[in-house]
Design a protein around this ligand. Structure first.
Ligand SMILES: [Zn+2]
Length: 146
């Protein structure tokens, strides 16, 4: 679902490197799955809820382009028919078409601008990397609860 998104960058909070996120990394973020930093090999995850919300809203932006194409084509057709049945003049039809195309480009520009974001990825400590002596109290606590 996020495969069409480009221009999203990630910033590794551990090694301080900003890099372009690959589609599989974007998918990992979308399903809240941690992944390795390609530079320092720390396990990264997007922890900021605000950025996560912003990232999820990108899906709607990806849908914006096809729906805008349909809307613009509809506006052009309506203007053409209106001119044909004599509702508006040729100049009027041209104006309506120009405005429709202008709105189309402005919307796409806005969408592209919104897509250029940098996500701050925090290095997390997954359970599998913890030494055994740290795992034991966790396991004990879990057993105690159950
Ligand atoms: Zn890193």
């Amino acid at each position: 679902m996020t495969a069409v998104i480009v221009g999203v960058r990630g910033h590794c909070a551990h090694c301080d490197i900003t890099f372009e996120l690959k589609p599989w990394q974007l998918n990992a973020i979308a399903i809240n799955e941690p992944f390795d930093c390609q530079y320092c090999h720390k396990v990264l995850q997007l922890c900021c809820p605000k950025q996560l919300k912003q990232f999820k809203s990108l899906d709607n932006l990806a849908l914006l382009r096809p729906s805008m194409i349909v809307l613009t084509c509809a506006a052009l057709l309506v203007a053409l028919v209106a001119e044909w049945i004599g509702l508006i003049s040729v100049i009027g039809q041209l104006n309506v078409s120009l405005v429709a195309v202008l709105i189309y480009f402005l919307t796409l520009r806005y969408a592209r601008h919104r897509q250029h974001m940098t996500l701050t990825l925090q290095a997390i400590n997954p359970v599998r990397d913890l030494p055994v002596e740290q795992l034991t109290p966790v396991a004990r606590a879990r057993l105690g609860q159950g």
